[in-house]
Design a protein around this ligand. Structure first.
Ligand code: S3P
Length: 733
């Protein structure tokens, strides 16, 4: 990738970058630079094989280097830029690793007049208490986050090169503004270090008088671990970011005063609430760490190939969720076939088991639900954990708002970052009591308001089937007629399935109306294949010459077939065969044959009807001739990941011309190269990039693919059986 790496400052971070880059074969040779006082350290680095050679003269060190990392202390930034200035070359990529970014950017601007376009400010969040080159390792950055804070004038080609460099080092790359970086890092790193130092400072002096440390144990050791870090480094960081830190000191003083007051007032209740909140917040953090550190799957897909064969993709996710929810509330026994045995639908199934519903299966897609009736759910003993599933959380919030018990809904890091106000606001208008975090996200703490919900007439500001379904489920427990109007048609499985369970939902124009009169009568449900899963093969076969695929028994509810319409507008050859009605839902076999695609302006009215298929439709657009433009799809930014940004980043990594816009993307079709992309834990992005390999010129490596299990665990096997050259690698963090 690069020829010569020059490391300015060969300590823990600089040395670890050198070691990892060497192990990964990202550079041919590595040299180090330091001052006279660093000579011994540099000799050690050379002896350890971390660097091939070292120089005390900067001109010699940077000679012929094509990538230079500034790994010296942040306080020295201005000095280093001044030293580098006479040798600065426009063809070299420079990046730093400082823990603060605004001061580094200012230093560069001061020395150069403006920040050079080939300097990429970077911060790998991978420190340790140890320091020095002997502590350097070749896996320090595996599953760690690297934050890049490019400026408006940053050279995008060089930025991409650095992104790829860090992805190969095993890190997850995030882009943010330098100011925001310093704001966030002050709270999560700089201020906690200051606190640890302050506490040990206070107690250290007490210990000198009365030897209290003799009685300190694990808790004290854990809390004060980071006070063992390098004092000179932390002095520099704290001063470099002092405005942010001073603000946090003030907030923390207020927090301590509040807790002191609770003790003075004997306010056990408030005190307990504070501790409980903190306890839960830490749990949320630990879950996030576990996810980034956990065994994560990487897909490696060889370029080329075609898709040929006959396949049945797994059951529809939306219908699987709803079959459990309505089956549980019904009187009688509901038999489900074709149930999606994937993590999202299983999260819903487990939640209902936790509320006392007896459910058998799933075995080979068969589930038997012994309905408890509309008022038969029992209080769960613990928070209901819904993993990655937005549908579970949003629909359950409506259902649980009107129960006679309280409940708490939690989810993984992605779900805990997704907006919930869109459901809790209208539910609050119905009289529901649901607490979210300050940001309007989960956990959702629901106080059951049995018999107290009032119907509302709600015109949804966004076209969302989850919001509509949530309110219809709440409406089953509200006094009066709940009316929900959608701004554009969205999937209507809830309405259709309620009708199947003999529960009246009236539909007039774009308004669905429900009331609490009525009961659900058990039924048998045949869940068809999920068109959202079929979409990967509809696109794959359309872009790979020689492809010919039949997908059996796919749900083609008109509120879901936007992907077929869009692909056909682009010139795809898709036949819809053997259409039939299965339990109130239209089902068909889809026959797709390769056909060259052409870019289009995607009609906005098709957006909600293809909302989950855009990751793979972006791939289709990148392989089409001409330009494809998507607008009116800002909802994509709040799905399992920001699907506009993550897809644009990945497509750009593969050399595609994909420009994200606030509400869509502009893609000029062309060639796709191989490369490394990150799915950001988003199942549909992982699968979309796998499909892209059919038309790529090199291998595509996709990190963070474990979540494919949330909707399509059979994807790897099925895709391989149709001809995709996919390998799955398990990597331990
Ligand atoms: C779903 C609705 C859609 C969709 C999601 C499933 C559902 O979400 O993206 O995958 O089952 O109701 P929105 O309602 O947020 O658009």
């Amino acid at each position: 990738m690069f020829s010569k790496l020059c490391v300015l400052g060969v300590g823990l971070i600089g040395g670890s970058i050198a070691k990892t880059a060497r192990r990964q074969g990202l550079v041919k040779s590595i040299v180090g630079w330091g001052r006279e006082e660093d000579r011994v350290n540099l000799q050690t680095a050379q002896q350890l094989g971390v660097i091939d050679a070292f120089y005390l003269d900067l001109a010699d060190a940077v000679h012929h280097a094509d990538i230079i990392v500034i790994a010296t202390p942040v306080a020295a930034s201005e000095q280093i830029f001044t030293l580098l200035k006479p040798y600065w070359s426009r063809s070299v990529v420079y990046f730093d690793v400082g823990s603060t970014k605004v001061n580094v950017v200012h230093a560069a601007a001061k020395v150069f007049g403006s920040v050079p376009e080939n300097f990429i400010p970077a911060h790998p969040i991978a420190g340790a208490e140890r320091s020095g080159v002997s502590a350097a390792v070749d896996d320090l950055f595996a599953h760690k986050r690297i934050i890049l804070t490019p400026l408006v004038n940053t050279n995008t080609t060089m930025l991409d090169k650095i992104k790829r460099f860090w992805l190969h080092m095993g890190a997850t790359v995030t882009l943010m503004d330098a100011q925001y970086h310093d704001h966030v890092l002050a709270a999560t790193s700089h201020f906690p270090h200051l606190l640890a130092f302050a506490l040990v400072n206070l107690l250290g002096h007490k210990d000198e008088q009365s030897e209290i440390f003799a009685y300190a144990a694990g808790g004290f050791k854990d809390f004060t671990r980071i006070a063992s870090s390098d004092p000179s480094m932390w002095e520099a960081i704290c001063f470099a970011n002092k405005q942010e830190i001073i603000a946090l000191i003030e907030q923390f003083q207020a927090e301590l005063t509040t807790m002191q007051q609770m003790l003075l007032d004997d306010d056990h209740q408030q005190f307990f609430t504070t501790l409980t909140y903190a306890n839960q917040a830490r749990q949320r953090f630990l879950t996030q760490v576990e996810i980034t550190m956990s065994k994560s799957q990487t897909f490696q897909v060889q370029p080329g190939g075609k898709l040929v064969g006959d396949a049945r993709v797994p059951g529809d996710k939306s219908m699987s969720h709803r079959s459990i929810m309505l089956g549980a509330l019904a009187d009688g026994v509901t038999h489900v076939t074709g149930f999606l045995e994937a993590e999202d639908a299983l999260a819903t199934l487990q939640a209902f088991r936790d509320m006392g519903v007896e459910i058998e299966g799933p075995t080979e897609g068969k589930v038997t639900i012994y309905g408890v009736g509309k008022h038969g759910l029992q209080a769960p003993k613990a928070p209901l954990y819904l993993g990655n599933s937005g549908t579970s959380m949003r629909l359950l919030s409506g259902l649980l708002a009107g129960q006679s018990f309280d409940s708490v809904l939690t989810g993984d890091a992605s779900l805990s970052g997704r907006p919930m106000k869109r459901v809790t606001d209208p539910l609050a208008r119905m009289g529901a009591e649901i607490q979210t975090t300050e940001n309007g996200t989960a956990p959702l703490v629901i106080t059951g308001k049995a018999g107290q919900l009032q119907a509302i007439d709600y015109v949804m500001p966004i076209a969302s089937a989850q919001v509509k379904s949530c309110l219809l489920l709440a409406g089953m427990y509200a006094q009066g007629e709940t009316r929900v109007t959608e701004p554009a048609p969205t999937r209507d499985h809830t309405e259709r399935m309620l009708t199947g369970f003999s529960y009246a939902v009236e539909r007039t124009g774009s308004t669905a109306v429900i009331s609490s009169d009525g009961r659900l009568t058990a039924m048998d449900i045949d869940v068809p294949s999920d068109i959202s899963s079929a979409a990967f093969f509809l696109v794959g076969a359309s872009i790979a010459p020689g492809s010919d695929v039949v997908l059996r028994h796919v749900g083609i509810n008109p509120t879901r077939t936007g992907v077929i319409d869009i692909l056909r507008l682009m010139g795809a050859n898709i036949e819809v065969l053997n259409v039939k009605d299965v339990g109130g839902e239209p089902v068909a076999d889809l026959h797709v044959v390769y056909s060259p695609l052409t870019g289009i302006d995607i009609p906005e009215d098709l957006v909600p009807l293809a909302i989950d298929e855009f990751p793979v439709l972006f791939v289709a657009a990148a392989c089409a001739s001409g330009q494809t433009r998507l607008s009116g799809a800002e909802e994509l930014r709040v799905k399992e990941s920001d699907r506009i940004q993550v897809m644009a980043d990945g497509l750009q990594m593969l050399g595609a011309d994909a420009q994200p816009t606030p509400d869509g993307m502009i893609i000029n079709g062309g060639k796709l190269a191989g490369g490394v992309v990150n799915s950001h834990g988003d199942h549909r992005i992982a699968m979309a990039f796998s499909i892209a390999a059919l038309r790529a010129e090199g291998m595509i490596t996709i990190h963070d693919c474990t979540n494919v299990n949330t909707s399509f665990p059979e994807f790897k096997e099925l895709a391989k059986s149709l001809g995709l050259l996919l390998e799955c690698i398990d990597a331990q963090g």
